[in-house]
Design a protein. Structure first.
Length: 642
């Protein structure tokens, strides 16, 4: 047997024995839920499950800090699980002790194991208790207060041991996880001071990378790129920006690139007082750009008195590539990717592919390629069979190179969604949420996946979180509005789309959906005016807008006009070979079940992305008349097998 120092964690589920007697199947489900929550955290915090003991787990860690951070994160997830509507509460208790253990095969023995097992029952359900040796190791290293609950006489232990309770935010009367009251920071677009004006992409891409790097700090809310970029062309006073974004701190700066040299100047500002909290100049070579970003992230955390966790320090310090040309191409790809237009996304794909050719081990470039190609597939800009394999291959390669990259998990989750595998998509999205809790895009994707699965409560919560992190983003507001509208809350959707039209009066998507909200609320003529207004705002009317118009016309009793819209949609499909789902919608609105079913079959073979949300229970009212049709139900089961 070998002896070593280890941190020992014991867990158990309160009330499990009684539950087993009353509902054995439900009790087994709880064990499965516990396993699902614990398993991904062990890799993240370097833990090893020694064994299961009924409803309890024995886990060892190489140090006390990993054990405590794992325990807190585990209880955060348990809290979220228990708060779900209809969920059977886990009521997990966790106890941790630090001491010598002896290893026998895969098992461990010793007083440390015994003491940990005696500390665990002292925790409240949903709580964490530590022995004094653990407390001494972590008291200045984690951002949680501790409460000494006294010296305890533990069975089988000679001397009393002081035990401490970790005061978790949601047990101290503070907002629960997912709605934390955390410092909020905005990173304004870096000003391009380079002599070459074509280097504008470099400043914009660097801004996005800096936001992404700082977002890895879990205890800091960082406003996303799309909300801050407007201040590049419409600068405002710091106080006004602070109010609009509801942030307490702003990071601004400039970048000058000349040849292989770069100068970055940054200042951290209190927008209320306009006081500079910290300022720094960095004069480096281009290949040092990642170390500059890491230094800035650490300095921001320090100025805001945020204690960085071990894994945050590691992830912030990652250097994804040392090939400068690859990095510059990646930044160009990011600039193109911000638009959801077909031509821009294709240019983004090209830039990411060029970056990969320069450095075949550049994980973020693969992740960018996977995301851009996945968007092209989902929005039917190219045939799914042509572009989706490229998206999948890129996302999987990104994860092979760096499994801690949240953007790669997001890209793969979208690929799974494109493939109508919502369970796999949700697994990847949850992993992305763990790794990138401050990335609005991650929450937006998770919201859409939950929506497609019919988990509307979770979808709305993630959509709200996305808007919170990206309050001035058209994409976040559009997605949140659509989720609320098609999950049966048109009043809330109207608020979101109304806010969007105030921000961007020329947003035809928002204007049209304001109209659809009115139609859903029974205001047909008012709705028709807004839908027609959206269609008339320039450019060719999209099939989606025409399908909404057909539904509104039918509800208003203007059947002949609706049939003319249907003819226009059929002609569009003949010309472009897509949008069969929109044709099906118009047919269903007009009460033509046979044609609607036929067009749905066509949409199925075209792999229309929105069929998955319909299978999940999307409340698209144009298809209400088909709800009881066995052929309709059969088609949805093919999209989402039971």
């Amino acid at each position: 047997m070998t002896r070593r120092l280890a941190a020992i964690m014991y867990t158990d589920l309160t009330g499990y024995t009684a539950l087993t007697q009353a509902d054995e199947t439900g009790a087994l489900r709880l064990l499965q839920e516990q396993e699902k929550l614990v398993r991904p955290l062990l890799e993240l915090y370097h833990g090893r499950k020694v064994k299961s003991m009924g409803d309890g787990l024995l886990i060892e860690f190489p140090d006390a800090l990993d054990a405590v951070e794992c325990a807190v994160e585990l209880q955060r997830r348990v809290h979220e699980h228990d708060a779900q509507e209809g969920a059977q509460p886990l009521g997990m208790r966790v106890g941790i002790h630090l001491g010598d253990v002896q290893r026998r095969g895969t098992d461990i023995l010793g007083d440390a194991v015994n003491i940990a097992s005696r500390v665990e029952p002292l925790a409240d359900p949903g709580g964490v208790c530590l022995s004094e040796p653990v407390f001494v190791q972590v008291r200045n290293k984690v951002p949680y207060p501790f409460e000494n609950i006294g010296a305890k006489n533990l069975k089988g232990v000679r001397e009393p041991i002081d035990v401490y309770r970790v005061v978790l935010p949601w047990t101290a009367g503070e907002p629960p996880p997912g709605r934390p009251t955390l410092p909020r920071l905005a990173v304004l677009p870096l000003t391009n001071m380079s002599p070459d004006p074509t280097d504008e992409y470099f400043a914009d891409g660097l801004t996005e990378e800096l936001i992404s790097t700082i977002s890895k700090v879990r205890d800091l809310n960082v406003i996303s790129r799309t909300s801050v970029m407007q201040y590049k062309t419409h600068p405002k006073r710091m106080a006004e920006i602070g109010r609009e974004l509801d942030v307490g701190t702003i990071l601004e700066g400039s970048v000058r690139k000349a040849g292989n040299k770069v100068r970055i100047t940054v200042q951290l500002i209190d927008p209320v007082t306009d006081k500079h909290l910290w300022a720094e100049n960095y004069d480096r070579n281009l290949e040092d750009i990642f170390s500059i970003q890491s230094e800035i992230a650490r300095k921001v955390a320090g100025e805001l008195e945020i204690q960085l966790r071990k894994e945050e320090k590691e992830r912030i310090g990652v250097v994804p590539t040392q090939v400068t040309e690859a990095h510059l191409l990646y930044l160009k790809g990011l600039a193109y990717r911000q638009s959801f237009g077909k031509e821009e996304l294709l240019k983004a794909v090209e830039c990411f592919e060029q970056a990969i050719r320069k450095d075949p081990r550049y994980a973020p470039a693969y992740a960018g390629l996977g995301w851009a190609a996945g968007q092209i597939a989902f929005n039917e800009m190219l045939p799914s069979e042509e572009i989706l394999p490229k998206a999948r291959e890129a996302a999987e390669k990104a994860l092979e190179l760096d499994d801690s990259l949240a953007e790669a998990h997001v890209a793969l989750s979208w690929v799974h969604l494109d493939s109508w595998d919502s369970a796999a998509a949700l697994n990847e999205a949850r992993r992305a949420l763990d790794l990138g809790p401050n990335l609005a895009m991650v929450h937006a994707v998770a919201a859409w996946i939950y929506f497609c699965r019919g988990q509307f409560r979770e979808a709305r919560a993630e959509a709200d979180r996305s808007v919170d992190l990206d309050p001035l983003s058209t994409h976040s507001l559009e997605a949140a509005g659509a989720i609320y509208l098609y999950s049966g809350a048109p009043e809330r959707a109207l608020e979101l789309f109304g806010k969007l039209t105030t921000m961007d009066p020329a947003n035809s998507f928002a204007v049209g959906n304001v109209g659809l909200c009115h139609v859903y609320l029974g205001k047909y003529e008012e709705g028709l005016r807004e839908i027609n207004k959206g269609i008339g705002m320039g450019g060719e009317a999209s099939p989606g807008k025409l399908a909404d118009l057909a539904y509104a016309l039918v509800r208003a009793g203007r059947i002949d006009e609706a049939r003319r819209v249907l003819e226009e949609l059929v002609q569009y499909h003949e010309e472009y070979g897509r949008a069969a789902l929109c044709v099906a919608s118009a047919c269903a609105s007009l009460g033509d079940r046979e044609q609607a079913i036929d067009w749905l079959e066509t949409a199925y073979h075209e792999h229309a992305g929105h069929l998955l949300s319909m299978a999940g229970g999307s409340m698209d009212r144009s298809f209400e008349a088909l709800a009881s049709d066995p052929r309709y139900q059969s088609l949805l089961r093919r999209v989402k097998p039971a």
